[in-house]
Design a binder for this molecule. Sequence first.
Ligand code: IPM
Ligand code: MG
Length: 361
Amino acid sequence: MKIAVLPGDGIGTEIVAEAVKVLNVLDLKLETETALVGGAAFDALGHPLPDSTLKLAQEADAILFGAVGDWKYDTLDRPLRPEQAILGLRKNLGLFANFRPAICYEQLVGASSLKPELISGLDILIIRELTGDIYFGQPRGRRVATDGHFPGAEEAFDTMRYSKPEIERIAHVAFQAARKRKSSGSEGRVTSVDKANVLETFQFWKDVVSEVGKEYPDIALDHMYVDNAAMQLVKEPKRFDVVVTGNMFGDILSDEASMLTGSIGMLPSASLNAKNQGLYEPSHGSAPDIAGQGVANPLATILSAAMMLRFSLNQAAAADRIEAAVKAVLAQGLRTPDIYSAGTTRVGTSQMGDAVVKALA
Ligand code: IPM
Ligand code: MG
């Protein structure tokens, strides 16, 4: 099993190192190969997603990704910015289905900004469509050339667009995920989030999801406008089971949902294509403000490695072991600064990784 390891920028290198440490003690036949991506690749090779990195990713069974981006690249032409690396990987590999679970660990209930009773036991899954929508429409503006020249500063736009097959396939992913969760005790509900009251794209989204829903009579389907969904997520988060939405709304709502659990530093994600090849990354970004200090929380990346073992490498038992080890270190009271609270033990990035390794043994 071949894993492409793409640490990227900022805290990416620090947190990916800990996840690789954990994978290495599992005694699985894993082959890892590391490559540059994002700003690091731009600096060294002149492009955020060099051909060699893309090829490595395409040929791997799975990709373990850190994070990309830094303010110092903000003035680059858009195609050269670090974010284009992750967008390019998603598009080139067809990684249309993004799973962003938001699970509240009991020991971290106090780390959330919401009242404990609102989030205790929270276990929701956001499924974000990842290769369509306004992210991959037609852009025009100061940093994207059209017809070979950069337009003036008078206006800028991006087009929002979804095709029927794109909506159908992500809807199937959501209903199937809800069905699977139902078999282990969840409610069996899909909430499709749209903006059908204003946007034609999302009226279409709503209609297509409803149509697909007829094939899943065992799963409840409701529709919610995105502004209301943003409100409901902080008002009554446990009303949700599986949330399915487009690329843009999913980007925003998944950050919001992650904070319900105490820290975005805890949340893994998986992005899958039709062949179950996947890219696994923490839900958070490169956090340049804390990069290089050894304080970033590696648990989201370690948990992403667990998702990788389960979804792409058929190693569910090893994934269970990692997740149990993470729970064990939390029970020991170890906390990186983002999840620290009085009475617990503050640790750094590599100490946290070492503790997970120890708990595995
Ligand atoms: C995410 C990130 C990316 C996105 C950025 C880095 C392009 O915010 O994975 O949520 O917007 O999809
Ligand atoms: Mg985001």
